[in-house]
Ligand binder design. Structure first.
Ligand code: KG4
Ligand code: ZN
Length: 318
C-alpha cells in the first residue's frame, strides 16, 4: 500500500509517499516568510500553505513515480488551526477525488513513529519527541497506545533553543544556529539542570539562567554560552531517558522531532552502548510528511478509515 502524506501543521508545507519498502518520496518546503518576525506568524503560514500544498503533493507523487496513491493521510493536529485547515481538507479532497481511503494523522504520533522508517523497531520502545512545541517522553506500547512518562512543565526544548538564540541575537529558527555557534565554544558556564517533580522536564528556568548570565557585567563569550546551554539541554534529556529506562526496563529509545537533529544530542545518545538508540536522519527530524504517511499507513493497515468530516484538532494529544 502506497500512502501519500500531507503535512501543514506549522511552517513546513510537506508531502511524501511511503510504501512497503519505506520512504518513496519526501518533499518539504520550509516557509521563509517568518524569519523576519523571529517566529511563525499563523496567518502568513496558512496563506503560504495554500500557495504550495498542491505543487508539493504533485512533486511527491512524481518523485515516487506514482500517478495516484492507494490512500491519503493528512495531519489533523496538533498545530496552528489555520495551517491545519489547509492540509487536512486538501488531503480529504484528494482521497475523495481518487476514491481511495483517507486517514487523519496526529502530528506527534507521526514524529513518534518516524524512527521506525530507519530500521527494525518493534513495540515496546521509549519515544522521546523533542520539537518546537512539544517535549514528551512516551512509552510506546502498541500502535495508538502511548502513555506519557514525562513531559515539560513549561517550555519545549526547541522553544528553549529558539528563545536562547533570540537572547544571543542569532535569529530564527534558533536550534541549528545555536548548534553551529556552540561548535566553536566550550561549555564553561554551569547552567542549572532543573527538573519538574510532577512533569519531568522543565526548560524555562534554564532559559532565565542564560538571560541572567548575559546581563552580568562580564558574561562568557556567546559561543561558550551556546555550548553550555546546549550541554544543559542534552543532560536534561538524557537524565529523563535514564529515569524512564529505570522505571520501565525498556532499553530501546527512539528520538524524534526537530531537536533530534542536534549533533550534540545525537552524539551523546549514540555513544550509549547500554541502550539501543534510533534516530531519523537529520532531515527527517524536523517536520516532514513521510512521517505522516508512515503513521497513516500503519493505521490504515490496521483497518482504520476516517470520515470526511474529521475535524482539525489544534490541541490533539496522541
Ligand atoms: O519538529 P519541528 O520541525 O517542528 C515542530 O513540530 O515544532 O521542530 C522545530 C524545532 C525548533 O524549535 C528548532 O529550533 C528545533 O526544532 N531544532 C533544533 C535543531 N534543528 C531544529 N534544535 C537544536 N538543534 C538543531 N540542530
Ligand atoms: Zn513537528
Amino acid at each position: 500500500m502506497y500512502v501519500l502524506g500531507i503535512e501543514t501543521s506549522c511552517d513546513e508545507t510537506a508531502a511524501g509517499v511511503v510504501g512497503p519498502e519505506g520512504v518513496r518520496s519526501d518533499v518539504v518546503h520550509t516557509q521563509r516568510v517568518h524569519e523576519e518576525y523571529l517566529g511563525v506568524v499563523p496567518e502568513l503560514a496558512a496563506r503560504a500553505h495554500l500557495d504550495r500544498v498542491a505543487v508539493t503533493a504533485r512533486a511527491a507523487l512524481d518523485c515516487a513515480g506514482l500517478e495516484r496513491p492507494d490512500a491519503v493521510a493528512a495531519t489533523a493536529g496538533p498545530g496552528l488551526v489555520g495551517a491545519l485547515l489547509v492540509g487536512l481538507p486538501f488531503g480529504k479532497a484528494l482521497a475523495l477525488g481518487w476514491g481511495v481511503p483517507f486517514v487523519a494523522v496526529n502530528h506527534l504520533e507521526g514524529h513518534l513513529l518516524s524512527p521506525m522508517l530507519e530500521g527494525d523497531l518493534d513495540f515496546p520502545f521509549l519515544a522521546l519527541v523533542v520539537s518546537g512545541g512539544h517535549t514528551t517522553l512516551y512509552l510506546a506500547e502498541a500502535l495508538g497506545r502511548y502513555p506519557v512518562l514525562a513531559t515539560t512543565a513549561d517550555d519545549a526544548a526547541g522553544e528553549a533553543f529558539d528563545k536562547v538564540a533570540r537572547l544571543l541575537g542569532l535569529g530564527y529558527p534558533g536550534g541549528p544556529r545555536i548548534e553551529r555557534l556552540a561548535r566553536e565554544g566550550r561549555p564553561t558556564v554551569d547552567f542549572p539542570r532543573p527538573r519538574s517533580r510532577r512533569h519531568g522536564f522543565s526548560f524555562s528556568g534554564l532559559k532565565t539562567a542564560v538571560r541572567t548570565h548575559l546581563q552580568q557585567p562580564d558574561p562568557a563569550p556567546p559561543e561558550d554560552v551556546a555550548a553550555s546551554f546546549q550541554q544543559a539541554v542534552v543532560d536534561v534529556l538524557e537524565r529523563e531517558i535514564d529515569r524512564a529506562v529505570e522505571r520501565t526496563g525498556v532499553r530501546t529509545v527512539a528520538v524524534s522531532g526537530g531537536v533530534a537533529a542536534n549533533g550534540a544530542l545525537r552524539e551523546r545518545l549514540l555513544a550509549r552502548t547500554d541502550l539501543r538508540v534510533l534516530l531519523p536522519p537529520r532531515s527527517r527530524c524536523t517536520d516532514n510528511a513521510s512521517m505522516i504517511a508512515h503513521a497513516g499507513r500503519l493505521h490504515l493497515l490496521a483497518g482504520r478509515r476516517d470520515r470526511m468530516d474529521h475535524p482539525v484538532r489544534p490541541s490533539w494529544t496522541p
